[in-house]
Design a protein around this ligand. Structure first.
Ligand code: ZN
Ligand code: ZN
Length: 240
């Protein structure tokens, strides 16, 4: 399967040519196109993407608000996300339940609960084409069943909101916000994940001096021995 990072910007003000559009990834496999997340930046551009299906992680505006005008293709989301989407004109709705695998065309998806938001609970997805499996969690404070989510995956695709210092607070015993790249690489190391790509970039990355950002990543990468890179809009990856 081929991954195309359509957008790599988080819910932040700054935007650059590298991180212009809200975070979304397109999976292409056997001529079918599956788009994950469709934030506000995509409202007038989702038609250009021509998705055969859309899968949503959670109901924050930078992940769903591109769908306010509706769409005809099937859309997959958890019941909590559908509650927030409400009456938007999306006739073809499928419900996703955590740990209940489902197929979208020939791709297998399994949702895992994440801690990230109380109002818009998020899931991450284990995604496989048979040959290889990846995990995609663009907004994450904690993966609830981390071992089951990450074991055996080829690539972890995670949250680039913060490099070393996480953006976290705790309410009702639940973490809200964003784990740092450093924390996520430690999760990957514990589960022997060989490579990680970070999307949903925050101001540290989007507005940072590129050489400095790369140097900080290099330190984390060599410490954990995980191949690490920041995705930019348009970046493509073949996962065989
Ligand atoms: Zn987000
Ligand atoms: Zn979010």
């Amino acid at each position: 399967m081929k991954l195309t990072f359509l957008g790599t910007r988080g819910e932040i003000e700054p935007r650059t040519a590298e991180h212009r559009m809200h975070t979304s990834v397109l999976i292409t496999f056997r001529r079918k196109r599956i788009m994950i997340d469709c934030g506000a930046d995509w409202a007038s551009e989702v038609d250009r993407v021509r998705p055969d299906a859309i899968v949503l992680t959670h109901a924050h505006p930078d992940h769903i608000s591109g769908l306010t005008n509706g769409i005809g293709c099937p859309v997959f989301a958890t019941p909590r996300t559908w509650d927030i989407v409400g009456r938007w004109p999306i006739p073809n709705r499928a419900t996703v339940n955590p740990r209940d695998p489902f197929g979208v065309h020939a791709i297998k998806f399994e949702a895992f609960e994440l801690e990230h938001s109380l109002r818009a609970p998020a899931v991450g997805y284990r995604i496989g084409s048979g040959a290889a499996t990846i995990f995609y969690s663009p907004d994450v404070a904690k993966i609830c069943e981390r071992h089951e989510a990450l074991s055996g995956i080829r690539v972890y695709i995670g949250d680039g909101a913060a490099i070393t210092r996480p953006i976290l607070r705790k309410r009702d015993g639940v973490l809200i916000g964003h784990a740092s790249i450093a924390m996520q690489l430690e999760w990957c190391k514990a589960e022997h994940v060989p490579a990680a790509i970070f999307t949903h970039c925050g101001t540290e990355i989007v507005s940072g001096e590129p050489m400095t950002v790369q140097a900080r990543l290099d330190v984390l990468s060599s410490r954990t021995r995980i191949r690490t890179r920041i995705a930019v809009d348009g970046f493509e990856l073949n996962v065989a």
